[in-house]
Design a protein around this ligand. Structure first.
Ligand code: FES
Length: 176
């Protein structure tokens, strides 16, 4: 498959490049432009980014492979990162992960046949106080998960409705 940026993407890339004194620091944001356009940055996309920026492919590859947030292969429309690190694990993170595996008919690391969901087990996402939690496609956090909440989440996402319950739901303690 041949990948091409749109005129809109190229304009955005020029705006990004203009923010930096040299081209290399633009690699990260331009990889985001690419991932937002194509849904991933597999090797052909990395090549396109390198050509567009006039940088060696090896540099773009090195950046893309350093960060898990860049998808180096095709993923589902919604990527569900379920945290099973200590706090989330103690609060039932594995129950949530296994519930999702059963519900979606896949195991962690896999994508559903309809291409809608990819399920991942991930390390701490920095929201330990709201455990157990998951992240949707590098963006929305969904906190205090229960199986019922997960069921609603999946139904909503199938209708492309992002949850409105990802926000922090517990009042923060006042510091005296
Ligand atoms: S342990 Fe799950 S967010 Fe930190």
């Amino acid at each position: 498959m041949t990948y091409e940026f749109t005129k809109e993407d190229l304009d955005e890339i020029e705006r990004i490049k203009a923010k930096f004194p040299e081209v290399k620091p633009a690699t990260l944001p331009v990889l985001w432009v690419a991932q937002n356009r194509f849904g991933h940055v597999e090797p052909e996309v990395q090549r396109l980014v390198a050509e567009t920026l006039g940088l060696p492919e090896s540099h773009v590859h090195g950046v893309a492979t350093f960060y898990t947030q860049y998808y180096k292969e095709k993923k589902g429309k919604y990527v569900l990162d379920v945290c099973t690190c200590l706090s989330c694990q103690l609060c039932g993170g594995y129950d949530i992960l296994h519930h999702l595996e059963d519900k979606l008919g896949i195991t962690k690391g896999e994508t559903t046949d309809d291409g809608i969901f990819t399920l991942n087990e991930v390390e701490c996402l920095g929201a330990c106080g709201y455990a157990p939690m998951l992240q949707i496609t590098n963006d929305h956090y969904v906190n205090y998960l229960t199986k019922e909440k997960v069921d609603k989440l999946i139904d909503d996402l199938k209708e492309d409705k992002l949850p409105d319950y990802e926000k922090i739901e517990m009042p923060l303690r006042k510091v005296k």
